[in-house]
Design a protein around this ligand. Structure first.
Ligand code: SF4
Ligand code: FES
Length: 255
């Protein structure tokens, strides 16, 4: 079994191919461990939980954004993939052929070394939409929070399941075009607060996401929904915001 891995030292990049013996039920992360142990100890990649919880091992595997710890080698061996690459200014078809398993760093983020990308731009956007105490409704500070109904909890639960892996950001054509775009995970998180019945600064949140770099940059191609390992469905949050913004504007026009 051969792994073709994109390497980088921050200045230049190249591909190295490593041959290893597949183990039973081996994940891509375990294969990377074996390569690091037996072939090249300088191979750099991130991981922590090994169980699809921490989101650290996000990368491009056979041209698809996936978690290395959750991807079984047996399921992707000999895989042929035709994908539309959103990376760069123009979308173009990309075909992954051959028996090698192709491993590359997550797109749309600067590469630090090999498969390790700099997540700072991703987290910067995420923080831009997290409400701080300055914008939280003062009444929340002064009165005890009312409990949410099970139905209300269900509405935000899905969005709160995000593990911040960045797979959606790495698959997003809008993020590829514009690094200022807030991105799918940040907007899903914004919706998680917006839809929370205990959060009252709704208009303020609409203003935050109503911009060229906010919800209106989205192409609505559902790449984020396709790759998300936790079924967060960021595009639904984004289109939800679009509808709310339109209603808000119409209400203010008719006043
Ligand atoms: S929305 Fe999904 S793909 Fe995006 S960071 Fe969260 S868990 Fe990962
Ligand atoms: S190592 Fe934690 S999600 Fe893969």
């Amino acid at each position: 079994m051969k792994f073709k891995i994109k390497r980088s030292n921050g200045e230049k990049s190249w591909f190295d191919t490593f041959e290893i013996k597949p183990g039973p039920h081996m994940s891509v992360l375990e294969a990377l461990f074996q390569i690091q142990d037996e072939k090249d100890s300088s191979l750099a990649f991130r991981y922590s939980c090994r169980g699809a919880v921490c989101g650290s091992c996000a990368m491009l595997i056979n041209k698809k954004q996936r978690l290395a710890c959750r991807t079984q080698v047996s399921e992707i061996l000999g895989e042929r993939v035709l994908t539309i690459s959103p990376y760069g200014p123009v979308a173009k078809p990309e075909i992954k052929m051959g028996e090698d398993i192709l491993i590359e760093p997550l797109p749309n983020l600067p590469v630090i070394k090999d498969l390790i990308v700099d997540m700072k731009p991703f987290f910067k956007h995420y923080e831009e939409v997290v409400p701080g105490f300055d914008v939280m409704d003062q009444s929340l500070m002064e009165t005890p929070m009312s409990p949410m109904s099970q139905n209300d909890v269900k509405k935000v639960d899905k969005y709160a399941a995000c593990i911040l892996c960045g797979l959606c950001y790495g698959a997003c054509p809008a993020a590829a075009r514009d690094s200022d775009y807030l991105g799918p995970a940040a907007l899903a998180n914004a919706w998680r607060f917006y839809a929370d019945t205990r959060y009252h600064s709704k208009d303020e949140m609409l203003n935050r996401v109503n911009s060229r770099n906010g919800v209106w940059a989205c192409n609505e191609v559902y790449r984020c929904v396709e790759v998300c390992p936790k079924n967060v469905q960021p595009t639904n949050a984004i289109t939800g915001f679009m509808r709310k913004i339109i209603v808000y504007k119409m209400k203010h026009l008719l006043r």
